[in-house]
Every structure is written in structure tokens, then in C-alpha cells.
Design a protein around this ligand. Structure first.
Ligand code: THU
Length: 140
């Protein structure tokens, strides 16, 4: 059962990791040669994914999570309920700090992540996150 703010189903982590690994194979990483794939389960049950896309102007590089969030919206919206990202060997890695913030904005409360130290919640990997609510409370 799902809606926009919760998820009460099971998470098939093997399926998610496989989707992330498949996405990683499309990475454009000629500069770092560090390929990343990310995949997430969405609140309606679909899976979205993304890969990193680097740029000759290094700072313009898009992390795999950027592609994933773009895919989330392009394919119908909803919220992320479970997330994993992998390196070029298909091993689970941590999302970078910037991408934790990016994911937080589009996650259900309590979104799960497969991390290098096991399954964690969004709040564990980005405690006391700044988010949309802070702007609302400030009347913006
Ligand atoms: N990278 C990601 O795609 N996601 C992360 O969360 C960590 C870093 C990419 C960016 C860059 O193309 C490469 O990994 C090396 O930093």
C-alpha cells in the first residue's frame, strides 16, 4: 500500500541494486573514471534510476542522483521510499552530502537507504535536515 507520504510494502533491495548497477553502465565519467548508478523505489511502486554525467568543466558534473530525481519527475512524480547507489563494481556506496540533501527533498518521511553500514533512514544519514518546512515556517 502506498501514497505520497508513506510506504508499507517490502523493499526488494536486490532488485534496486540491480537497477542501480544497470544505470551505472550508462555513466559518462571520462574524467574521474568513477562510474555511479543510483536507483530508488517510488511511492507508487515504480523504480527510477540515474547515472553520473561528468563535464570538462568539472564542477558542472551531475551526480547519478541528479538524473534519478529528474527521472522521478519526468516519469510521473511521487516520493522516494528506498534508495541505493553503487560504484563501477556494483558495490554499494554512500550518496555524497549534496545528494543527501537532494534526496531529502523528494523522500517520504523515513525513506530507507542501503548504505555501507546497512539499511539506514534518511534522518540517520542527514540528521536535522534543512528542508521545505523551514521555508514555510519562515513565511517564504
Ligand atoms: N558521484 C555520484 O554520482 N554520486 C555520489 O553520490 C557521489 C559521487 C559521482 C560524481 C563524479 O562523477 C564521480 O562520482 C566522482 O566523484
Amino acid at each position: 500500500m502506498t501514497d505520497e507520504t508513506s510506504w508499507s510494502g517490502d523493499v526488494d533491495w536486490d532488485e534496486l541494486r540491480a537497477a542501480a548497477t544497470e544505470a551505472m553502465r550508462h555513466a559518462y565519467a571520462p574524467y574521474s573514471r568513477y562510474r555511479v548508478g543510483a536507483a530508488a523505489l517510488v511511492s507508487d511502486g515504480r523504480i527510477v534510476s540515474g547515472c553520473n554525467v561528468e563535464n570538462a568543466a568539472y564542477g558542472v558534473t551531475l551526480c547519478a542522483e541528479c538524473g534519478l530525481v529528474s527521472e522521478l519527475h519526468r516519469s510521473g512524480g511521487g516520493r522516494l521510499v528506498a534508495f541505493v547507489c553503487v560504484d563501477g563494481q556494483g558495490a554499494t556506496i554512500m550518496p555524497c552530502g549534496r545528494c543527501r540533501q537532494l534526496l531529502f527533498e523528494h523522500a517520504v518521511p523515513g525513506m530507507l537507504l542501503e548504505t555501507v553500514s546497512g539499511i539506514r533512514t534518511m534522518d540517520e544519514v542527514l540528521p536535522d535536515a534543512f528542508g521545505p518546512r523551514d521555508l514555510e515556517e519562515a513565511g517564504r
